[in-house]
Design a binder for this molecule. Structure first.
Ligand SMILES: [Zn+2]
Length: 393
């Protein structure tokens, strides 16, 4: 363990030393230019992400509304279908009634025609002839009563035919009305179905938009992951070198005592914002080694506890970072600042609650936030990150 550590340490010291022999002016201009470009690019992306976030909530409202509409249209369609069904039954009954009346009317007409024919075929047999042929008064009365019966029957038959014709006309009118009403309901049904189809189509579009935005967000997370991993190597190396330097300058190889004590509890790193935009743990197929605290660019970042700054500056072009070592050996890590958002320098002793930087949006694309990490040490060239939340409670 100790040998391995020494090997790593000496390797790291070498790497650190090699880095420092390069004159800063060689790459300073380039780096500044690249940094400015990145700043601009990330500010734009951040704006876009915020816009998308707004759109996503708009979209989910839109989808809710569309879902409601689709349900309402579904109810309308069901009602209309039931109404059309009732009308169909009514129409069928009317049609049957009309058919029956028509047949009855035909039969009555037939009978009436027969009677008229009989009367005319026996042309000479008129009502008057029949009466005049009476043999006596009693016969006359008989004939008269028979005749009036026949006349009554004829009248009744005529009346029946007349009524039936009227009923038929009425039924036919009713049938026409019901058919028109049914047609109207059918049209309404078609319209409701078309509206429902359109709402479904709109929902489809909104859903695919939400999906696209989710993918966008996931990609942004993956980008941050990559950027942190890239910055990681540089930060871990620098921190290791610094720790090693402290150890070798300590008396008898003992670690140099820090001139600060732990307050026993940490404070929240962004006093004006408690919004965690992304938590510690698995994320978008990777692993988020810290928490993201959303806050506008320029928001003050404070040291969570007393400690010594081990690292403060750019990391592989992926934003600026600060690492503070606290008395218990645990390190707090602050990321994504702009160069002018780093207000401390390595070796500086800071106090709990002291402003050490300003929130930036550099080196990532999920909108301005502080990436805050906690590492319990360094092994194998990388920081041993743990969930920061328990340290902040
Ligand atoms: Zn983060």
């Amino acid at each position: 363990m100790r040998i391995k550590q020494k090997i790593i340490v000496s390797f790291l010291i070498g790497a650190f030393a090699m880095g420092t022999v390069l004159p800063a002016s060689v790459y300073a201009d380039d780096a500044q230019q690249r940094l400015d470009q990145l700043k601009q690019q990330h500010a734009q992306t951040g704006q876009m992400i915020n816009q998308l976030k707004g759109q996503e909530s708009n979209l989910s409202n839109q989808i809710d509304t569309l879902n409601k509409q689709i349900q309402e249209y579904g109810q309308q369609i069901q009602d209309l279908e039931a109404q059309i069904q009732t009308l169909s039954t009514k129409i069928a009954a009317l049609q049957a009634d009309i058919d029956k009346t028509q047949k009855k009317l035909e039969r009555r007409n037939e009978m009436l025609k027969k009677r008229i024919r009989v009367m005319y075929e026996d042309g000479e047999v008129s009502y008057l002839d029949v009466l005049l042929q009476a043999t006596d008064f009693s016969d006359f009365i008989d004939r008269l009563s028979t005749l009036s019966f026949i006349v009554d029957q004829d009248k009744q038959l005529l009346e029946e035919v007349k009524q039936m014709k009227a009923r038929l006309l009425d039924s036919q009118k009713q049938l026409k009305d019901q058919q028109a009403l049914q047609q109207q309901k059918q049209n309404q049904l078609q319209a409701a179905k078309a509206e429902q189809e359109q709402a479904k189509h709109q929902r489809e579009i909104a859903l695919s938009q939400v999906q696209a935005e989710r993918q966008e967000k996931e990609k942004a997370y993956q980008d941050e992951e990559q950027e942190i991993a890239a910055a990681e190597a540089e930060i871990a190396a620098a921190v290791s070198a610094r720790l090693a330097a402290q150890q070798s300058s300590g008396v008898g190889g003992q670690a140099q005592e820090f001139s600060f004590t732990s307050s026993g509890s940490w404070t929240w790193p962004v006093p004006s914002s408690y919004t965690i935009t992304s938590g510690y743990g698995p994320r978008a197929g990777g692993f988020h080694k810290g928490i993201d605290i959303g806050a506008p660019v320029g928001t003050p970042i404070v040291a969570v506890d007393d400690g010594e700054v081990l690292f403060a500056g750019p990391a592989s072009g992926f934003g600026h970072w600060i690492v503070i070592r606290h008395s218990n050996g645990v390190m707090s890590v602050y990321g994504h600042m702009y160069s002018d958002g780093v207000l401390v320098s390595p070796g500086q002793i800071v106090h709990k609650g002291q402003v050490i930087g300003k929130v930036g949006s550099d080196g990532e694309s999920t909108g301005p936030h502080l990436h805050f990490g906690v590492a319990t040490g360094i092994s194998g060239g990388s920081m041993n990150y743990v969930n920061p939340v328990p340290y902040l409670q």
